[in-house]
Design a protein around this ligand. Structure first.
Ligand code: GLN
Length: 528
C-alpha cells in the first residue's frame, strides 16, 4: 500500500468517493447536534414554563450557555493537540454530553425547586465541558482524513455540515414536540438517546478513522504521574473538576462576557507570538489569514443568531403563521434553516465545482464577503416586505422564508468553508486549537447576538410601533453587514495571497511535503 493510498483513505474503501471515516464522523456529529439542537429548542421554554424564570433571566442563561458551549472547544482543541489526540477527546466529550442529557431528566415538581434547579445547572455544565472536548476536535478529524491539497476537502466539510443539519432539523422536531407535549424529561431523554447513539457510532468506527487524531505522544500520555495515575486520567479528572466551575459560570452572564474578552485576547497574543517564534513565513502568513477570517465570525454569528431570539419573537408576534387555517407554532420555524441547508448544500457545493472548472470560483475570503452581503440582504428583504404591507399588518410569512433562505446561502458560504479553511491553514500540530479559535469567535457572536436581542427587546418595550422598533435595528445591521462584506471582497485578493494557494480553489502552493499528512509520531515535539 502506498503512502498516497493511506492519505486518501483508499485502503479502507470509499463511499461517494470519500473515505468511510467521513461517514463515521458524519453520524457521530449528526447525533451530537440532534441532542444539542433538540435540547436548545426546549431550553427557553423549560426555563420560563417549568422553572418559572423571567424572560430576561432566561435570555441571559441562554446566552451564557450557548457562548460557553463554543468557548470550551478552545481548551478541548488545545488539550487534544498536545496530549490526548482528537479521537480520545471526542469519545470522552460524547460521554460527558450524554451524562448531561441524562441528568436533565431530573425535573422536580416545577418552580424554583432548589434540588432540581441545581441538577439542571450540573447537567448544563456537563454538556458544556463535553462539547469542549468534542466539537472542535470532531471537525478537525474530518480534515485529517485528506491530504492538505485534496480537492475533496471542501465537499467533505459540506457533507459533514449536512450531517450537522440533519441533527439540527430532527432534534427540535422530535425532542421539542416530545418535551412540550408529552413531558420535559421525554424530550431531554430523546436527546440523551441521540448522544449515546453518537458515542456508539464513533467508538465502533475507530478503524475507519485510519489512525487519524491519535495522541501525538502515546508514551507520554500513558506515563504515570507520581508513579500512580496515568496522565490521560489526570486530564479526565481535571475535566470533571472543571464541572463545578462551569456550573457557576453558566449562571453568571457578566462573567461569561469577561471570560470571552480575556480568552480572545490571550488567543490572539498566543497565536501571534507562536507565529513569530515557531513558524516559517508560509505558516505565519496562513496564521494571519486564519485571524482575518475568524475576526468576521462575531459579526456574522451575532446577526445570524437572531434566529433563535429576536427573529423568533418577531415571527411569534408579528407574522401571519396560518397555513390552510392551521396556526403553526413559532418554534417550528427554527427548523427552516437546517432544512434549507440540507436542500441547498449540494447545490452550492456543485456551484463551486462548476465555477472552479471555469477558473472563477471565489476564494475563501471572497466567499466570506459574499456571506456577509447575503446576510445583510436577508435582513433588508424582511424589512422591505414588512414595510410594504405596513407595520400595522402581519408580515407575510414568505418574507420569513426569504430571510432564512438568504441566511442559509450566507451560512453555506461561510461556515463549512471556514471549517475547511481552518483545517487547511493550521499547522498539523495546531489543528484542534485553531478549530477551537474558530468556535471561540462563534461564541463571541452568540454573546453579541444576546446583547442585540436584549437591545431589541428593550427598544420595542418602550416603542409605540413595536414592529418598527425591531425593523429599524434589522435595517441598520443589514446595512452594516453589507458594508463589511463589500470591504472583505475588496481585500480578499490580499488575504488569499496570505493563504499561499495556487489555484482559485485554494490549493496550497507548497505541495510536495504537505501532500501526505505526516505520521503523527514524526511531528515535531512542541511541548515545553
Ligand atoms: N450550525 C453549525 C453547527 O451547529 C454552526 C454553528 C456555529 O458555528 N455557530 O455546528
Amino acid at each position: 500500500m502506498t503512502s498516497q493510498n493511506l492519505a486518501d483513505g483508499n485502503e479502507a474503501g470509499t463511499i461517494l468517493g470519500h473515505p468511510k471515516g467521513l461517514f463515521v464522523l458524519f453520524f457521530a456529529e449528526m447525533w451530537e447536534r440532534f441532542s444539542y439542537y433538540g435540547m436548545r429548542a426546549l431550553l427557553v421554554f423549560y426555563l420560563t414554563k417549568h422553572f418559572l424564570l423571567s424572560d430576561q433571566q432566561s435570555g441571559w442563561i441562554y446566552g451564557a450557555y450557548t457562548s460557553l458551549v463554543y468557548i470550551t472547544p478552545l481548551l478541548g482543541g488545545y488539550v487534544a493537540d498536545r496530549y490526548l489526540g482528537q479521537r480520545k477527546a471526542v469519545l470522552f466529550g460524547g460521554i460527558l454530553i450524554a451524562v448531561g442529557h441524562i441528568v436533565l431528566g431530573v425535573e422536580g415538581d416545577g418552580g424554583q425547586d432548589a434540588f432540581a434547579l441545581n441538577a439542571f445547572w450540573t447537567a448544563l455544565a456537563f454538556i458544556i465541558v463535553g462539547t469542549g472536548f468534542l466539537k472542535a476536535n470532531i471537525s478537525a478529524i474530518v480534515g485529517q482524513l485528506y491530504p492538505r491539497d485534496d480537492t475533496r476537502r471542501d465537499p467533505a466539510y459540506t457533507l459533514f455540515y449536512m450531517g450537522i443539519n440533519v441533527g439540527g432539523l430532527l432534534g427540535p422536531l422530535i425532542c421539542g414536540i416530545l418535551g412540550e407535549t408529552v413531558g420535559w424529561s421525554y424530550g431531554f431523554g430523546a436527546a440523551a438517546v441521540g448522544m449515546v447513539a453518537g458515542v456508539i457510532v464513533f467508538a465502533w468506527g475507530k478503524p475507519l478513522l485510519l489512525g487519524r487524531g491519535e495522541p501525538p505522544e502515546p508514551a507520554y500520555l500513558a506515563g504515570k504521574v507520581g508513579g500512580f495515575v496515568p496522565r490521560e486520567w489526570i486530564i479526565y479528572l481535571a475535566a470533571l473538576a472543571s464541572v463545578p466551575v462551569v456550573w457557576w459560570l453558566v449562571q453568571s452572564h457578566d462573567a461569561v462576557g469577561t471570560l470571552l474578552l480575556l480568552s480572545s485576547a490571550v488567543v490572539v497574543v498566543y497565536l501571534v507570538w507562536e507565529s513569530f517564534t515557531r513558524m516559517d513565513r508560509i505558516e505565519r502568513d496562513r496564521m494571519f489569514a486564519v485571524l482575518f477570517l475568524v475576526s468576521l465570525n462575531p459579526l456574522f454569528w451575532g446577526l445570524f443568531e437572531q434566529a433563535g431570539s429576536s427573529l423568533s419573537l418577531y415571527t411569534d408576534r408579528h407574522v401571519d403563521r396560518f397555513f390552510f387555517g392551521v396556526l403553526v407554532p413559532a418554534s417550528v420555524f427554527q427548523s427552516i434553516n437546517s432544512l434549507f441547508i440540507i436542500l441547498m448544500a449540494p447545490l452550492i457545493a456543485g456551484l463551486w465545482i462548476k465555477l472552479g472548472r471555469r477558473g472563477i470560483e471565489p476564494s475563501t475570503p471572497a466567499k466570506f464577503g459574499l456571506a456577509l452581503i447575503q446576510l445583510g440582504l436577508g435582513f433588508l428583504l424582511l424589512v422591505a416586505g414588512a414595510l410594504a404591507v405596513g407595520t400595522g399588518n402581519p408580515t407575510p410569512v414568505i418574507f420569513i422564508f426569504g430571510i432564512y433562505f438568504l441566511h442559509t446561502t450566507a451560512e453555506l458560504c461561510l461556515s463549512p468553508v471556514g471549517l475547511s479553511a481552518m483545517s487547511k491553514l493550521a499547522p498539523a500540530r495546531m489543528a484542534g486549537l485553531v478549530m477551537g479559535v474558530w468556535f471561540l469567535a462563534t461564541a463571541a457572536g452568540d454573546f453579541i447576538a444576546g446583547l442585540i436581542a436584549a437591545g431589541i427587546g428593550v427598544a420595542s418595550a418602550n416603542a409605540q410601533d413595536k414592529v418598527m422598533a425591531t425593523l429599524a435595528v434589522y435595517e441598520w445591521v443589514g446595512g452594516l453587514s453589507i458594508g463589511v462584506g463589500v470591504f472583505v471582497l475588496i481585500v480578499a485578493p490580499f488575504i488569499r495571497r496570505l493563504m499561499h494557494v495556487e489555484h482559485r480553489d485554494d490549493t496550497p502552493v507548497t505541495v510536495a511535503a504537505e501532500l501526505v499528512p505526516q505520521p503523527i509520531d514524526s511531528l515535531p515535539d512542541r511541548r515545553g
